[in-house]
Ligand binder design. Structure first.
Ligand code: AMP
Ligand code: MN
Ligand code: MN
Ligand code: MN
Length: 277
């Protein structure tokens, strides 16, 4: 059993990279990838745990993109975290995010919530500040009673406090990941659009843009969704990947390797990804 999608305190997960590696060990994983949003800053600390744990620890990233006017996440597995150009590119992307975060504070202020950016930054443990940190700040200040309520009322896609931002075109993310020696994959396509979407056409378009595969296994998929995306991988000749999208306590109920209970990503998936590197 492997898990190729997880988050640490270097994006919007609650576990430090060290704790994440230990949790992967305790879960009995054969391999675990750290894939923080728009950042590889936690990877060195994660990989430094290798002598202390059994699972193979792998470098990764999850890049925020926009495709067809909607948010699409692109995973870069097996990237070189020491690649200076890659790190600079990701730092630029985080700058765009920071500008959006300022707008989001203004938007919430306009809704009568006196949130200040400093309150959000105080909650974010690293240089990556996402809506998850906004949801925690809104809860701490008492504007909502839980992070879930914050997403439901203000921060979820299309809600009044959510500001879309200038995310990357997927083809550009593919180039960055390839330049850094990694394998580009579409993260959780089932969360971008359901099975009724014209996935065949969209996935072939993304394949033409250099995408090697996509997540056919995912912590939050139901059995029918998993079957659909495994079939789609066969039909398109793209590689199936998968993971839990573990965020620690920031996404309750998602366990490393196991997702909501019946996730099982086969070890063979990683061998195929390494061959595509
Ligand atoms: P951002 O990258 O700042 O737009 O924030 C996106 C992150 O917020 C995702 O990676 C999820 O972890 C989280 N998120 C997005 N929508 C929801 C939601 N409806 N409920 C809970 N968490 C969410
Ligand atoms: Mn997240
Ligand atoms: Mn994602
Ligand atoms: Mn993720």
């Amino acid at each position: 059993m492997i898990d190729l999608h997880s988050h640490s305190t270097f994006s919007d997960g609650s576990d430090s990279p060290e704790d994440l590696a230990l949790a992967g060990d305790a879960a009995g994983l054969a391999a675990l990838a750290l894939t923080d949003h728009d950042s590889v800053e936690g990877i060195d600390r994660f990989l430094a745990m290798q002598p202390r744990v059994k699972p193979r620890l792998l470098a990764g990233v999850e890049i925020s993109c926009t495709y067809l006017g909607r948010s699409l996440h692109v995973l870069g597995l097996l990237v070189d975290p020491g690649d200076a150009r890659f790190r600079a590119r990701l730092a630029d992307l985080r700058e765009r995010r920071n500008r959006r975060n300022l707008e989001m504070v203004a938007r919430l202020n306009g809704l009568g919530i006196p949130l200040r950016l400093e309150q959000v930054l105080a909650i974010a443990p690293s240089c990556l500040v996402s809506r998850v940190h906004f949801s925690l700040a809104l809860t701490t200040m008492g504007a909502v009673s839980s992070p879930e309520e914050a997403f439901r009322r203000y921060l979820g896609d299309g809600k009044p406090g959510c500001v879309p931002w200038d995310e990357l075109p997927p083809g550009e993310a593919v180039r960055w990941i390839r330049d850094a020696g990694g394998v580009p994959l579409v993260a959780h396509p089932g969360r971008f659009a359901g099975r009724n979407f014209r996935w065949e056409e969209a996935m072939l378009d993304l394949r033409d843009q250099g995408m090697c595969g996509f997540e056919a296994w995912y912590g939050d998929y139901g059995p029918a969704e998993e079957r659909y995306f495994r079939d789609l991988a066969e039909r398109t000749g793209m590689l199936p990947s998968g993971g839990s999208d573990y965020h620690g306590t920031h996404k309750p109920g998602l366990r490393l390797g196991r997702g909501r209970g019946d996730l099982h990503v086969p070890d063979a998936a990683l061998r195929d990804l390494e061959a595509a590197q």
